[in-house]
Design a protein around this ligand. Structure first.
Ligand SMILES: Cc1cc2nc3c(=O)[nH]c(=O)nc-3n(C[C@H](O)[C@H](O)[C@H](O)COP(=O)(O)OP(=O)(O)OC[C@H]3O[C@@H](n4cnc5c(N)ncnc54)[C@H](O)[C@@H]3O)c2cc1C
Length: 465
């Protein structure tokens, strides 16, 4: 019997999955995941996390329906037409994950299909970008106008899970999903990452959402406190499509529609949406500054200070703490991300693209749009970005958002008498030639920050002349 292909792009879920629903409506479905060059070119931590999403989804399908995901290696335009021919499939359904590399793969696949239709479905975003245009018909460049317009129109409604889903049992042999290793190049701390990992999969994502809804009151006041567990921790699940933003939006509206905390949280989901709409209209956003005049900014490249930053030994406690959190857990609190990025691009004057690449390699919630937009936002070269001359002082930020230094003690062994296990874990991830400072000199840090700030402002003035 013929089967319809459901090509999994970044939608490891059953609920609110329009491509899976469309495939299910046509009869038996063959869910297929393709390990291609574009995937293997992504950062190691995000590949490691993707393998966990894939394993969880495969296990869920096996448990419910007796069959899992078919995993093939190769380029989509080669393996999918051959698979479609073998299964006598007339259609391939996939979600429209609008990442530039995926868009190119989908275009190449379309041009190679003969008698088989490729249907792309929404689901990764709250609303289709074509439905949200500025008054001049283009993409919004200012977040506040974008957010207002999105709230006025309202996001698309989530679609229900398929009522009848059967999986094709006649299928070729694929890779063994449960033993798959997509990140053999991950640095030596895989066991450490595993120890700190959040649970993966759709069920876990819905549990995390439920847990967050129970503690939503306090989000607005607490979300910037680096030392608190005040945010949703849903970014990995969103990045992997284990839960859709439309489902999250609907659940928050249902439970707390009018609270300030809910509205603040929804505005963060809108930042994610804004990033994607920007990336779709400017696919080079990870390589080129949005504002062209920034192409001439005198960034320092090949500077040894970058290596010190990457290795989390800058001598600035909050910066080192954030970078160590990322190395140990694959995640970093948003406020710490802003401080680390600001320190790199302003105090050290290092090109934002170097920081972006390090985050892309290290974050388990890596998202090409959010990462690029935020780096450009912090560096000052993006649309609606923070002005370059607004320079975070990491010592002041630490006083405000980590007033008892709990976060810094959690990640910096020996700092202020810290003996934390998490901080110790960092050392299990290190190559033998990395040297790590054990104590911090507040006077030296303040002096470095003051001279870095002066250099940053001078470089900025130079660009404007
Ligand atoms: C330099 C830099 C790089 C970043 N890189 C990424 C990245 O690769 N992947 C990623 O998902 N986020 C990135 N962010 C945004 C943000 O730090 C994370 O989304 C957030 O820390 C995730 O934690 P949470 O799920 O608990 O957030 P919550 O506060 O609970 O927010 C809910 C959701 O809203 C979205 N969101 C929140 N803040 C932002 C933001 N500033 N921009 C875009 N979306 C946002 C996320 O999807 C998040 O899961 C980056 C931020 C900075 C400053």
């Amino acid at each position: 019997m013929a089967a319809t292909l459901f090509w999994i792009c970044r939608d490891f879920r059953i609920r609110d999955n329009p491509s899976l629903c469309a495939a299910a409506n046509e009869g038996p479905v063959l869910p297929v995941f393709v390990i291609d060059r574009a995937l293997m070119a992504q950062g190691a931590a995000s590949r490691w996390r993707l393998a966990r999403a894939l394993k969880a989804f495969d296990a869920e399908l096996r448990y419910r329906l007796g069959q899992g995901v078919l995993v093939l290696r190769g380029e989509p335009e080669e393996v999918l037409p051959a698979l479609a021919a073998r299964q006598a499939a007339r259609t391939i359904h996939a979600s429209d994950w609008p990442c530039p590399a995926m868009r190119q793969a989908q275009d190449r696949l379309s041009s190679r299909l003969d008698g088989v239709a490729l249907h792309l479905h929404p689901g990764h975003l709250l609303i289709h970008p074509a439905a949200l245009r500025s008054t001049t018909g283009g993409t919004y460049r200012v977040y506040s106008a974008f957010a207002r317009s999105l709230r006025n129109i309202g996001p698309d409604r989530p679609c229900p899970a398929p009522t009848l889903l059967t999986l094709a049992s006649d299928r070729p042999a694929g890779e063994d999903v449960q033993t798959l290793d997509l990140a053999p190049d991950l640095y030596s701390g895989e066991a450490v990452l595993e120890r700190h990992a959040l649970p993966a999969g759709e069920t876990a994502a819905w549990q995390a959402l439920g847990d967050f809804i129970d503690r939503l009151a306090g989000y607005q006041a607490g979300r910037d406190r680096i030392d608190r567990h005040a945010t949703s921790c849903l970014s990995e699940a969103l990045a992997l499509g284990e839960i859709s933003p439309r489902s999250i939006w609907a659940a928050i509206q249902q439970s707390h529609a009018h609270s300030g905390d809910a509205q603040k949280f929804l505005s963060e989901l809108i930042w994610r949406e804004f990033a994607w709409h920007l990336l779709i209209s400017f696919p080079a956003m990870a390589q080129r500054p949005w504002r062209e005049e920034w192409a001439a900014f005198p960034w320092r490249n090949r500077d040894p200070a970058f290596e010190a930053w990457r290795q989390a030994r800058t001598g600035i406690p909050l910066v080192d703490a954030g970078l160590r959190e990322m190395r140990v857990t694959g995640r970093m609190h948003n406020r710490a991300r802003m401080v680390c990025a600001s320190y790199l691009t302003k105090h050290l004057l290092i090109d934002w693209r170097q920081g972006l690449a390090h985050f892309a390699d290290s974050l388990t919630d890596w998202d090409p749009a959010a990462n690029a937009m935020n780096w450009q936002w912090v560096a000052g070269c993006g649309p609606d970005a923070a002005p370059f001359f607004r320079i975070f002082n990491p010592l002041t930020q630490a006083k405000r958002f980590d007033p008892e230094a709990r976060y810094q003690r959690r990640w910096l062994l020996g700092h202020l008498g810290s003996d934390s296990d998490a901080a110790r874990d960092y050392f299990d991830t290190l190559p033998s030639d990395w040297i790590v400072p054990q104590c911090y000199d507040a006077k030296e840090a303040a002096e470095d920050l003051a001279s870095g700030r002066r250099a940053a402002l001078a470089a900025y003035e130079g660009m404007r002349v």
